[in-house]
Design a protein around this ligand. Sequence first.
Ligand SMILES: Cc1ncc(COP(=O)(O)O)c(C=O)c1O
Length: 354
Amino acid sequence: MNRLWSHTLKGLSPYTPGEQAQSSHIVKLNTNEHALQPSSLAIAAAQQIAPEQLRRYPDPTSAHLTRAIAAANTVSEDQVLVANGSDEVLAFAWAAFLSDRGTIPAIPSLTYTFYPVWAQLFGHGIHFVPMRPDFKIDIEAMTAWDGPLVFPNPNAPSGIGISLESIESMLSAKPDRLVVVDEAYYGFGAASASELISRYDNLLITRSFSKSHALAGLRVGYALGHVDLIEGLRRVKDSFNSYPLDAIAQVTATAAILDTEWFKQASDTVQKNREDLTQNLTELGFSVLPSLANFVLASHPHHSGLAITEYLRTQDILVRSWPNEMLLPWVRITVGTIEQQSKLFSALANYLSS
Ligand SMILES: Cc1ncc(COP(=O)(O)O)c(C=O)c1O
């Protein structure tokens, strides 16, 4: 702590990202990257970037990418804003809509741990709505909250999804409050709220290329919503960083979203591998929550999540667990390739039989 730090900075507990092991022999199932390589068309687009595009500043509006995202989601271009990962989109949303005194946003008590950090940085607090005993979001309690709502669908780290009817009940119950649906895990089986955008001007959806398009290294995310909400985000973006997306990110993400064949096949593969993961973990004695994401949350009756994580690390397999009381029995495992998952099952079988 430094005497020059602001009051806000002194009170800030920054987000801790998952470990990013760079060694290729490690089976990395700890930060929910996609199991497959990105679209070959996206890789080719990145490789073909002209030097002139690097010499110049990038397009501050990411017009080509914005157009491709709008077309893919049947919305107009002024209903889309792209930024540097959905984390940046969410940070813009916090600064734009969730930072007023008096209207404190509510989030589920078990969810993405970046939300409370933005609340500290930009906001005036946050309200935690307790989870139901089965780890589902308490829809009635969320709907009853007076202020804005923020939650992922499917939720993290549970992977559990909620229905469009539930989202609609939150939107229609209080048309003057914002509902932010974080669809970071879009494309793995959960219903998207995008069809509600035309009817609810209080809905903001955030999405990421990190998971759905296997481009976590590129840092591209976007928001979909009513033009006035997107304009609000743009005002924050242009008051913070008018060029959030570099030239390589813009061309690569554009090629990726146009490759609809890759997206379909890759999403099918993740869903098939998730079934394999769930089934094998269940056979090994784990309870596995029903996931619509590219990870599962699993617990074993005799071993804590932390103990399992530590053992797997000795076998060069990374998974994620937390020293948080509610999550102590649980371990979160990213869906991998079938080969990676086989290594995981062998290691777990050895551990459980020793
Ligand atoms: C629920 C949730 N929202 C947002 C993000 C951020 O994604 P991005 O890589 O687009 O910043 C993550 C990343 O893990 C996440 O789990």
